[in-house]
Ligand binder design. Structure first.
Ligand SMILES: Nc1nc2c(ncn2[C@@H]2O[C@H](COP(=O)(O)OP(=O)(O)OP(=O)(O)O)[C@@H](O)[C@H]2O)c(=O)[nH]1
Ligand SMILES: [Mg+2]
Length: 339
């Protein structure tokens, strides 16, 4: 297969045969979200479903990339393959953090069992919330059994993307208030496993106590699934374990990986994994429909352009609901009902 091909069918065949450049090109097509992205989505969808996804999120600089790199080492010790999708929140023009991630992930550059990709959040329609799941699906279809998804835990979309993994790891640091910040950012709700990274610094046990306190407030009982048990009680609630790590030297990373795998077993055995995936599908479908409806409404012109209607709303000549009616009127009698 010529590497210059941009035919999704050829690219997918090559990628499934292990061609990494073909995989990279498929991901670029998905990221560009053009017509080819839809073709890729249609091709890969029936092939997916076996990858386990792990979201890794937390405040900027919490050590997510260092930890992800250490997790990659850990996964490789079991001789399992692992792909990393690092969602980069920074402007595609600076690329600073992408470079940083490349340096940190550089140790794995020659490892055939590791695939690392940074994805910039572009301004296109639907953006990250549509492109990230599509990229994960490509990695899944190509046969990567583990997909680690690093996103910075600020901003609703980033938190949402991390929270839609099969297992979500929230990375905090020692230091007063980090758990409070995490709570405000909506990270407490999505955490399946907590990490107190930079545990070489003072305050790790206080951070742990803060998280414990938050969990109890949030109604998590003390019942706890034994992370080392192979079989789980099908009705036992999952109380997110808290793992202390020093990502720089790998301390605690083994325990973290145990916790991630334990959550995966628990989720699979209790049916939570299926429920979570079904919710994820529903939300993805909703997003795509919303994005497409908006695109259609925006494109409908002839006196009801988006810009003109917005000006009318701005000037209080029209209320927003009536403006939306006018946009959607263009869809004809079957248009979506108001409210
Ligand atoms: N002391 C200490 N420093 C750490 C540890 N883990 C990471 N760091 C340092 O923290 C800084 C940020 O680490 P990154 O892995 O880039 O953090 P990140 O969360 O990926 O950062 P962004 O992607 O930019 O949000 C780097 O200078 C790391 O070397 C740790 O366990 N202990
Ligand atoms: Mg990072």
């Amino acid at each position: 297969v010529s590497l210059r091909t941009s035919d999704p069918v050829e690219l997918l065949a090559a990628a499934r045969a292990g061609d990494r450049r073909a995989l990279a090109r498929l991901l670029t097509l998905v990221e560009d979200s053009g017509a080819a992205a839809r073709e890729v989505a249609a091709l890969v969808h029936p092939l997916g479903g076996s990858a386990r996804t792990v979201g890794i999120t937390g405040a900027p600089g919490a050590g997510k990339s260092t930890l992800t790199s250490a997790l990659v080492d850990r996964v490789r010790r079991d001789d399992e393959d692992v792909a990393v999708l690092a969602i980069d929140p920074t402007s595609p023009f600076t690329g600073g953090a992408i470079l940083g991630d490349r340096v940190r992930m550089g140790d794995h550059a020659l490892d055939e069992g590791v695939f690392i990709r940074s994805m910039a959040t572009r301004g296109h329609l639907g953006g990250l919330s549509v492109a990230a799941p599509a990229a994960v699906r490509v990695l899944d279809a190509v046969g990567w059994p583990w997909v680690l998804l690093e996103t910075v835990g600020v901003g609703q979309v980033e938190v949402e993307v991390a929270g839609e993994a099969d297992t979500t790891v929230v990375v905090l640091n020692p230091g007063w208030g980090d758990a409070v910040q995490a709570s405000k950012a909506g990270l407490m709700e999505i955490a399946d496993v907590f990490v107190v990274n930079k545990a070489d610094r003072p305050g790790a046990s206080e951070a742990r106590r803060d998280i414990e306190g938050m969990l109890s407030l949030a109604g998590h009982g003390h019942a706890r699934v034994d992370p080392s048990a192979e079989e789980v009680d099908p009705v036992a609630p999952w109380r997110p374990p808290i793992v202390e790590t020093v990502a720089l030297d790998g301390t605690g990373v083994d325990e973290l990986w145990q916790a991630v795998r334990a959550h995966g077993r628990w989720a699979a055995q209790t049916g939570e994994l299926d429920r979570r995936r079904a919710r994820r599908t529903a939300r993805e479908l909703e997003r795509i429909v919303a994005v497409r409806l908006l695109a259609m409404a925006t494109e409908l012109g002839e006196g009801a352009t988006f810009a003109a209607l917005r000006a009318d709303v701005d000037a209080r000549r029209l209320d927003p609901w009536s403006a939306a009616d006018r946009l959607l009127d263009g869809f004809g009698p079957g248009r979506p009902a108001a409210g």
